[in-house]
Design a protein around this ligand. Structure first.
Ligand code: SER
Length: 572
């Protein structure tokens, strides 16, 4: 069973149990400054777990994009990933333990509408109880009703069987479901179960959290107004388990990437696959490579992929973007035309400096600050290179120099390092928005039968292929330029809206990219008040308002193929 099939099966199953399927929220949390990225399916739902009414009702299911950077140094082993999808179902004060557990069991084991796993290979854990909540006998009894024998239900403490998104917010005891991947474990005593878990013979596949408590500063302060359920199942991991694989890279989630890489160090190959997948989703959600916070994480992922690519003789990680977008087109719209140039730009700049930096490192240079400022080496890369040589690096010294540097440059605004790419990425985002303006202007001048047939953006220019059967006249070209420049001067807002595909089609949004599950798509509107200049299906990202684009100029209009013309244009 492929990951796409499992995702679909999961969502369909919970739909049949009265759940509304909601699209994945962005990897960048909205209205939550406490975390850099969305790390669990429940995170975008916190306000609703706390009692806010959700428009889609009280039973929800989703496959949520998640990114966890805590384990970034473990990437390449059998289990760890930065980006992953988390399948989840939620009850917002609706059903509780009884249904939640029964449905988990049914989905995992049912031959007709589930995953058909062997129930004699399942084990579960429940919360043993402490001062904040009682021992969860209730869950145990419900598990026994499904047929799980009593001796395969283990009670554990808060470390293992309590979950909340952090120190504050909704939380509660959980019950975790494990699967024997060897098929040989049989009955296990408490100790043997813990050992089998450590040895990765039994693997956690699903977590059901019964969120009826609230915590503050890490302490449970009382009960919530409603009893919630929050479940989470890692899609990549369950795909591995279902297909009898001992590691997540051996699944369809990664094989198409790994197959296009040369053979060589397996860990490097896995790092490239993991980091490129994460990078594509991050860029699609509006993160651009840079030197702080999210931007820096993205840069680290991209540069890590590029460096490991170099190690195994693979230059051109940007060529993987298309493959990744293809793989996910049924569920997510990853805009290849936008993501590729961002990756390419980082790749070109970094490869140029990487050689010099690597030479310096090989010669013995260990000044992390110098390697960072002169060669764009993220400090973690120096540490990683050193670790490969069995050396350690003084990170405190780096932090101290960095702080001194920041104090010095604070007056001058954001510091620009030689490896910096902020300018490049911004140029690409601007051209991306100009691309939308151009398509709208072409349709206004040449008629609405003009459709986009292809697109390519670099940091210098945009290129658009469109259906039209003759050369444009000079007047038409000036008219198109004029319309785009007027739209820039009018300083329209650029607004992203998620809507049903059918609805977007009805309002005539320009269509180029694939649709999300349940036909929810994102559409970018260029508008002011009631006036809409352009509306286009697109994964983004874009500038927030058109006023900052500069002056638009068509450089060339020529034939591309029969019935298709090509325009190259720039922003000055
Ligand atoms: N929030 C829980 C987890 O991340 C269950 O979804 O494991």
């Amino acid at each position: 069973m492929t990951s796409n099939q499992i995702r679909e099966k999961f969502l369909k199953f919970f739909e049949s149990k009265g759940h509304s399927v909601i699209p994945s929220a962005s990897l960048i949390p909205e209205n939550d400054n406490s975390v850099l990225f969305t790390t669990a399916g429940m995170q975008p739902l916190v306000p609703y777990l706390l009692g806010k009414e959700h428009l889609k009702g009280r039973r929800l299911a989703s496959s949520q994009k998640c990114l966890r950077t805590g384990d970034i140094d473990d990437i390449g082993d059998n289990r760890h990933l930065t980006f992953f999808e988390m399948l989840g179902n939620w009850s917002l004060g609706d059903y509780f333990k009884e249904e939640s557990i029964a449905w988990s069991f049914e989905f995992l084991t049912s031959k007709e509408n589930g995953l058909s796993l062997d129930s004699s290979r399942l084990y579960v854990t429940c919360f043993e109880g402490d001062e904040s909540a009682p021992r969860d006998e209730e869950s145990k009894n419900i598990w026994m009703k499904t047929g799980i024998p009593e001796n395969r239900i283990y009670f554990l403490g808060k470390e293992d069987n309590w979950w909340g998104p952090g120190e504050n917010g909704p939380c509660g005891p959980d019950t975790e479901i494990f699967y024997d991947v060897t098929g040989k474990c049989g009955d296990l005593s408490h100790e043997d179960f813990l050992r089998a878990q450590k040895e990765e013979k039994v693997i956690e596949i699903w977590n059901n959290v019964f969120m009826e408590y609230e915590s503050k500063d890490g302490k449970v302060i009382g009960k919530l107004a409603q009893k919630n359920v929050d479940t989470g199942m890692g899609l990549e991991r369950i795909t591995a388990v279902i297909n009898g694989k001992d590691n997540v890279y051996n699944t369809d989630c990664f094989e198409y990437i790994l197959n296009s890489l040369p053979s060589g160090d397996e860990k490097s190959r896995r790092i490239i696959a993991d980091h490129m997948r994460a990078s594509c989703f991050l860029i699609s959600d509006g993160v651009l490579p840079g030197n702080s916070d999210r931007a820096y994480i993205l840069r680290r992922l991209l540069r890590g992929a590029i460096r490991h690519g170099k190690k195994i003789g693979f230059e051109g990680v940007s060529s993987l973007v298309l493959k990744i977008a293809e793989k996910y087109k049924e569920s997510y719209s990853l805009d290849v035309n936008f993501i590729t140039p961002i990756v390419e730009a980082e790749e070109n700049k970094f490869l140029n400096t990487l050689d010099k930096g690597l030479k310096e490192f090989e010669k013995g240079e260990r000044d992390t600050f110098l390697l960072f400022t002169s060669y764009g080496f993220p400090v973690e890369m120096t540490i990683e290179l050193a670790r490969e040589k069995g050396e350690t690096i003084d990170i405190d010294l780096f932090n101290q120099k960095m702080k001194e540097h920041q104090d010095k440059s604070r007056a001058g605004g954001e510091q620009k390092f030689k490896g910096g790419l902020a300018g490049t990425s911004e140029a690409i985002v601007k051209l991306h928005t100009a691309h939308h303006l151009l398509l709208a202007a072409l349709q206004k001048v040449l008629g609405t039968s003009v459709k986009q047939r292809g697109s390519n953006i670099t940091e210098e220019r945009l290129r658009m292929d469109f259906s039209f059967d003759r050369k444009m006249t000079d007047e038409e070209k000036s008219e198109v330029e004029k319309l785009v420049n007027e739209a820039i001067e009018k300083d329209y807002k650029v607004v992203k809206r998620e809507m049903l595909k059918s609805e977007a089609e009805k309002i005539g949004a320009e269509m180029e990219f694939g649709a999300k599950y349940e036909d929810i798509v994102s559409v970018y509107f260029v508008e002011k008040g009631d006036e809409v200049f352009s509306k286009e299906f697109c994964g983004g990202p874009h500038v927030e308002h058109t006023g900052i684009l500069g002056k638009f100029k068509i450089q060339k209009e020529e034939a591309s193929s029969a019935g298709v013309r090509r325009i190259k244009a720039v922003l000055e």
